[in-house]
Write a protein that binds this ligand. Sequence first.
Ligand SMILES: NC(=O)c1ccc[n+]([C@@H]2O[C@H](COP(=O)([O-])OP(=O)(O)OC[C@H]3O[C@@H](n4cnc5c(N)ncnc54)[C@H](OP(=O)(O)O)[C@@H]3O)[C@@H](O)[C@H]2O)c1
Length: 256
Amino acid sequence: MLGVVGVGAIGAAIVTGLSEGSDPPEILLSPRSARVVSKLAAAYPNVRIADSNQAVVDRSDVVLLCVRPADARAVMSALQFRNQSLISVMAGIPLSLLRELASPAKDIARAIPLPSVAVRRGITPLFPATEFARRLFERLGPVVEARDETTFDHFSAATATIAAHFLYLNQISNWLAAHGVAQSEAQHYVSAMFAEIAVSLHGHNSDFETLMREHATPGGINELFCRVVGEEGVWTAVDTGLDRVRQTLADRQRDL
Ligand SMILES: NC(=O)c1ccc[n+]([C@@H]2O[C@H](COP(=O)([O-])OP(=O)(O)OC[C@H]3O[C@@H](n4cnc5c(N)ncnc54)[C@H](OP(=O)(O)O)[C@@H]3O)[C@@H](O)[C@H]2O)c1
C-alpha cells in the first residue's frame, strides 16, 4: 500500500499518473483537501481515503510526504512512524530532519517530481535513489539519481526557472502585441513556435550550444538577439537568480 500525506497539486499529480498507468498500486490518501481526494477516489478504484494522517502511516508500506515545507515539522511530529519506507517531495527539507521526524524509519528518499508526472512524462531527481522511490517514480517517467544531497538541492534550484520561462514567452508575445498584432494571435504564434522547438529537446542528447547554432545563421537575426541579450546581462542574471534560489533554500533549511 502506498500512503500519501498531503494531497494538493503535486500529490494529486502523482496519484493521477500512478492510477492511470498500468497495474496501478493501492493508494491511501490523507483526508484533508476533501474536494481533491474525493475526486481522485471517485475516479480511480485503486484509491481510497483514510480517516486520518496516522491511519495512512499505519496502513502503508511506503509513505509519500507531500505537504508544504512550512507544514512539514508540525505534520510529521504528530505522526508515529514504523520502520517503513518514506519518500519526501517537500522542497528544502533535508534528510537529516526527515530522519529525526520520522524515526525509526530509515529507508527515506527525497524526490523532485514535476507536474507532468500526471501524464507519466515527468523527470524526477532522487536522493538517495532507494528501491521504493525508484520503483514508484520510474512509473511516471525517467528518474535521475543525484550523486549527493547537495547536487539534489541544485536540481531543486533549477526547477525554480520554469515560471520565468513562461514570462520570457509572455515578453515576446507582449512585444508583438505592442507592435500591432492582436494579443490572442501573438500568444498563439509564440506558443506554436516554442511548442515545436521544444520537441527537439526530447531524448538524451540535447546539446544546447549545438541547437543554438542550428537556429542562429551567422550574421543573422537569432545571432544578433543572442548577442544583445547577453550584452544586456540576461545570461548573467540567470546564474545570479539560480545562486540566489540555492542560497534561499539553504537559509530555509537552517531555519527549519
Ligand atoms: N507543485 C509542484 O510542482 C511541486 C513539485 C515538486 C515538489 N513540490 C513540493 O510538494 C509539496 C506540496 O506542494 P504543492 O504544490 O502540492 O502544494 P499544495 O497544493 O498546497 O499541497 C499541499 C497539500 O497539503 C495539505 N495539507 C496541509 N496540512 C496538512 C495536514 N496536516 N495533513 C494533510 N494534508 C495537509 C494542503 O491542504 P490545505 O490546502 O487545506 O492546507 C494541501 O492540499 C511542497 O513541499 C513542495 O515543495 C511541489
